[in-house]
Design a binder for this molecule. Structure first.
Ligand code: AMP
Length: 473
């Protein structure tokens, strides 16, 4: 499999480790508010990617941190007159519930930063001992970027350019370089703190990730992921910390970054307050719809979120589910006419093209296009295909969707609807069309549509029927 590596700027071969698991770390949320569908974009992508690797026979250890101690949490807790740890605890719980609702199951371990302070302190002490860190009395300990010659290698900036750092850079006029970042912050009045021999305080933002990964993976590992906003300064800082502390390079072999989910051209974010929470979205759209929307875009491309896009995605998912329903219906129908339609791509060709797409920097939009092409090619004449073709087509569609993390959903037509469908068919055969139409409307009100197919009437769920996948919620 080939993956685009932000570090080298090229696609690189991902090799399967022989005697160990592939080690993946992805940056988790800062829990000062509800998680939104921008977070979902990043986490659904990595969940799908890890599921696929496992399907390919990789053993994977996938860790995600939770930033549950941070300036933003302290500020929000102050506004809400809550204890910062309590506030972070509430939103961490909500986040984990969201992940479960989204069928995100591939994370081996969620590591809360507050549980790894001893490891954080150990790493800071190593950096101090090796001369990469210094203290600003009354403020905290900082990393000196001028001591790390490779600073900027991930974001392809020089140390000087790093001075235009844009996000979460800790300000203090006494810093040696403007881009220096905090490793440990001494506690101010009323702030959360750990009593330590370095001074009472709390960790800076970047150090939690390297302390956690060093504990579980050692000083070097395979893949680090996160949203593109984290490339600089966060991931650059991680490289500086870990490579300086261990002296081993590279800290991480492949860096993968997801594009933003945007609303009206702007990044969806907690700080811009332009977000739709995962919980709110799931009131109207199923987890499968959100997954399809996310995977319909290449992971490195932005997604322009809109309700229109969500509704189009709902309709596409409905096409997929209806088609599987049609296959089942055909397979259950006896005495059909079988016809051949030469010149069509066999299922095997779709399977091969799918593998090419996913092995090429995990091109999910292309993989999904193949799914819909295979449906489009078989849709019109599905009633006439021989059994073997339909069985392999169904297997291809279902197994691909399951590998990509969709929760299989068998359309369940309630007995009441089935009864109405049968009654309507009798009325039609007796040419009582007005009564038959009245029954069709009754069926519609219940959220189903009758399609009169060449092999009999088929009941399907209507796409604007706002159903949820019941066993997910
Ligand atoms: P945060 O809670 O802001 O620390 O973000 C946690 C993770 O979600 C990071 O990997 C972010 O890059 C990612 N993320 C946050 N907002 C978005 C967005 N609008 N689109 C894609 N990823 C995002």
């Amino acid at each position: 499999m080939y993956l685009y590596n932000t570090l080298s700027g090229k696609e690189e071969l991902l090799k399967k480790p022989l005697f160990r698991s592939l080690k993946i770390f992805v940056c988790g949320p800062t829990t000062y508010d509800y998680s939104h569908i921008g977070h979902a974009r990043t986490y659904i992508f990595f969940d799908t990617f890890v599921r696929y690797l496992k399907h390919r026979g990789f053993r994977v250890k996938y860790i995600q941190n939770i930033t549950d101690v941070d300036d933003k949490i302290i500020e929000r807790a102050k506004d809400e007159k809550k204890d910062p740890a309590e506030l972070a605890g509430i939103f961490t719980k909500e986040h984990l519930r969201n992940m479960k609702d989204l069928n995100i199951e591939s994370v081996t371990k969620y590591a809360r930063a507050s549980a790894y302070v001893p490891q954080i302190l150990k790493q800071i002490k190593t950096l101090l001992k090796k001369g990469f860190a210094y203290q600003i009395p009354g403020d905290g300990y900082y990393f000196d970027v001028s001591k790390f010659g490779d600073y900027g290698k991930l974001s392809h900036r020089t140390t000087l350019e790093a001075e235009d750092a844009v996000s979460r850079i800790d300000e203090n006029l006494k810093k040696r370089n403007k881009a220096d970042f905090a490793l440990w912050k001494f506690a101010k009045l009323g702030e959360p703190k750990w009593k330590t021999d370095l001074g009472d305080g709390r960790p800076g933002w970047h150090i939690e990730d390297t302390a956690i990964t060093e504990k579980f993976f050692g000083p070097q590992y395979d893949i680090h992921g996160g949203g593109i906003d984290l490339k600089f300064p966060h991931h650059e800082a991680e490289i500086a910390q870990q490579e300086s502390a261990s002296g081993k390079k590279p800290f991480v072999k492949i860096w993968m970054h997801t594009g933003f989910l945007l609303v009206d051209g702007e990044k969806m974010s907690k700080s811009l307050k332009n977000f739709i929470t995962i919980g709110d979205l799931l009131k109207d759209y199923s987890p499968n719809i959100l997954r399809l929307l996310v995977l319909g875009h290449h992971y490195r491309s932005p997604i322009d979120y809109s309700e229109k896009l969500a509704n189009q995605t709902r309709a596409a998912l409905q096409t997929f589910e209806d088609f599987l329903g049609k296959i089942d219906f055909v397979l259950e129908t006896k005495n059909r006419t079988i016809k051949n339609f030469p010149g069509q791509k066999p299922v095997k060709v779709f399977e091969n093209l799918m593998a090419f797409a996913l092995e090429d920097d995990f091109n999910t939009p292309q993989a999904l296009a193949l799914i819909f092409e295979s449906i489009g090619q078989n849709q019109e004449n599905v009633w006439y295909y021989e059994k073997n073709h339909l069985v392999s087509l169904k297997k291809f569609l279902e197994s691909t969707f399951e590998t990509l993390g969709f929760k299989p959903k068998k359309p369940v037509i309630p007995p009441e609807v089935k009864k109405f469908v049968a009654e309507r068919e009798l009325l039609r055969q007796n040419k009582q069309f007005a009564l038959a139409d009245a029954l069709r409307n009754k069926i519609r009100v219940l959220g189903y549509e009758v399609e009169d197919t060449p092999i009999g009437p088929l009941a399907l769920e209507t796409s604007n029927h706002k159903h949820q996948t019941p066993n997910l919620l």
